[in-house]
Design a protein around this ligand. Sequence first.
Ligand SMILES: Cc1cc2nc3c(=O)[nH]c(=O)nc-3n(C[C@H](O)[C@H](O)[C@H](O)COP(=O)(O)OP(=O)(O)OC[C@H]3O[C@@H](n4cnc5c(N)ncnc54)[C@H](O)[C@@H]3O)c2cc1C
Length: 241
Amino acid sequence: MKVALLQSTTEPDRTVAMAAHLCYSPSSIGELSERMAHDEVVRLIGLLRRLGHLSPFEHAHFVVGIEGLSRVASHQLVRSRIASYSQQSQRYIDQRGFEYVTPPSVRRDEKLNDMYERHMDSSRELYRELRDRGVSREDARFVLPGAASSNIVMSKNARAWLEWFELRTCTRSQWEIRILANRIMRLLRDAAPALFEASGPPCVTQGLCREGKMSCGRIDRMSVERLPFKTPRITGKRGEQ
Ligand SMILES: Cc1cc2nc3c(=O)[nH]c(=O)nc-3n(C[C@H](O)[C@H](O)[C@H](O)COP(=O)(O)OP(=O)(O)OC[C@H]3O[C@@H](n4cnc5c(N)ncnc54)[C@H](O)[C@@H]3O)c2cc1C
């Protein structure tokens, strides 16, 4: 899988801090565009986060390109409605040579991996057969597997990305979309350190888990292992929040 940040708001941290500054001071629009010190940018973003006043985060926008994601994962991806998507079409693009994703659980077993590859080859053959016999791309694609890989451009504002990271970097999330979420999160942290410093699953960012009985039960370990910032507040016993 390849993931790249294609485009973003210019100076995303500063853009959000500017909006916050307007909320909490009598500044005019002209004064807002004056250069704000980096410490002040970080302070204002931290203040918004503490207050739960996250609407200014919506002023920063990030466009991400994703290559080689399975249709299984892309189906989960597009359930997130506060986002925009452009996905390569199996209707317009011939899929005779489609590529596919192999789950690690299959890849590590040679026999299973062979069976899996044979299944992919036979899907390809059937697709070819249908196309050669005049079936349209839009109908032939019905035989493509969920493993078939896809390319997508996806964009969200910073608030929506943070909420998505909460859901999809959690260990309860499916492995492929979790890998994707972690990779995007790293890219956005580089692009906007203040906005995404406190991003990740709730166990890491808030010291709590909402998964109840389905919790992975590793809340204390997760918090320590994955935290790139201040120590979180740990509440309750493992997996019982
Ligand atoms: C671990 C895990 C397991 C899952 N398992 C399943 C499953 O078994 N079956 C299944 O169908 N899905 C499943 N999902 C998908 C999940 O139910 C959501 O559809 C998906 O995560 C998108 O979340 P969302 O609706 O919060 O995001 P978005 O659609 O991006 O919405 C963001 C927020 O906007 C608000 N919002 C958006 N639209 C509306 C609306 N129409 N009305 C009111 N508020 C709205 C809500 O506050 C929402 O949280 C799973 C997700 C995860 C992370």
